[in-house]
Ligand binder design. Structure first.
Ligand SMILES: [Zn+2]
Length: 348
């Protein structure tokens, strides 16, 4: 049994860094494991243009400056929040900036801070989609319908039928990432599609099925969107992620909320996994005997899809039994990390 493995430094292709103290907190966990991350733009004031993206990047770099030593070489890859009024000029400016790498599509009111999200994609965003296709900038999709008449467990599969399939017909070479894919239908769509489609997969959707939300009581720290699905879907996701297929790559969707906003009569969606993301992914890959494919999933496939150079640095992961704490505190914040109370076999 090997005591350690060394892989090329991973990238987190879907991360919520937030701002202020939360940003300082999340960044410290992130830089230990990741050389780069795709930074989600759904702040309370969404990052809808290049000017805001540059300012947000500056605040991330400022926060990074407070971290010591060689951990500072982390690179934030910024994204723009697509709205019904985003212009093609804005997209071209984003590309020109050299710091914006993708555009995020939130269907209106589908998840946290998506109130400014797109109401009618085909009517209002066709020119922007055409530009994205032409300049090869990926469109990152929160692939769930926000129609509350649709059952919460079906919102991803309905979105694939209603939006992704027609979108692909209209824009055959548009680079699309189905973010945090959570269903067999989502994975099957990726399998069936050409080289321009990929998907990120979170640790929570591969570690747990929906039973955990209700095991022995209501457990708000397992509530995320897309919501956890049944065992069949979980197994299907693990198979896709660990297969070595280049269309699947690491995106934690780590989305911290203070414990007060989670344990609440209307608690926020999101799991915090930046604390120990690589240890969690190691567990998933080890459980199915596919550790040799972890590096492709965590360090190569994402960079390749985004046309970024692969990282030069490496990360060593050690076999080291450890118990995930029930809570982590920073200044006035208290966060419950994913897998709290569980014993993991690996650490960095
Ligand atoms: Zn997210």
């Amino acid at each position: 049994m090997s005591k350690s493995i060394t892989i090329v430094m991973p990238d987190d292709m879907h991360l919520h860094l937030r701002h202020s103290d939360m940003l300082d907190f999340v960044l410290r966990d992130t830089v230990k494991q990741f050389a780069r991350a795709i930074i989600m733009p759904n702040l309370s004031v969404p990052i809808i243009n290049t000017k805001l993206a540059v300012a947000y990047r500056d605040s991330i770099l400022n926060s990074l400056g407070k971290i010591r030593g060689d951990l500072r070489c982390f690179e934030p890859l910024m994204t723009l929040y697509l709205t019904d009024t985003t212009t093609t000029d804005e997209i071209l400016m984003a590309k020109e900036s050299g710091v914006v790498f993708a555009v995020k599509l939130y269907p209106n009111s589908a998840t946290t801070n998506s109130h400014a999200g797109v109401v009618d994609l085909f009517k209002n965003c066709s020119k922007v989609l055409d530009t994205l296709q032409r300049i090869k900038m990926p469109l990152l999709i929160h692939a769930e319908v926000s129609d509350h008449r649709v059952d919460i467990f079906d919102r991803e599969s309905v979105y694939i039928d209603k939006v992704i399939i027609p979108l692909r017909e209209k824009f055959p070479e548009l680079k699309i990432v189905i973010e945090h894919v959570s269903t067999k239908e989502g994975v099957d769509y990726v399998y069936s599609s050409p080289e321009y489609t990929a998907a990120t997969i979170t640790p929570q959707h591969m570690l747990y099925n929906r039973n955990i939300i209700f095991s022995g009581g209501l457990r708000p720290h397992y509530y995320c969107l897309p919501i956890l699905k049944s065992e069949l879907h979980r197994e299907y996701l693990v198979k896709a992620a660990t297969s070595g297929d280049k269309r699947f790559f690491l995106g934690t969707d780590s989305a911290p909320h203070d414990v007060k906003s989670k344990e609440n009569n209307c608690g926020c969606a999101g799991c915090y996994s930046s604390y120990n993301a690589i240890s969690l992914y190691m567990k998933i890959f080890e459980d199915v005997g596919c550790i040799s494919n972890l590096e492709k999933f965590a360090s190569f496939h994402g960079a390749d899809f985004y046309n970024l150079p692969r990282n030069k640095q490496t990360l060593t992961i050690y076999r080291n039994e450890n118990i995930v704490p029930d809570k982590i505190s920073f200044k006035n914040l208290n966060i419950v990390p994913l897998a709290y109370g569980e014993t993991l076999q690996w650490s960095i």
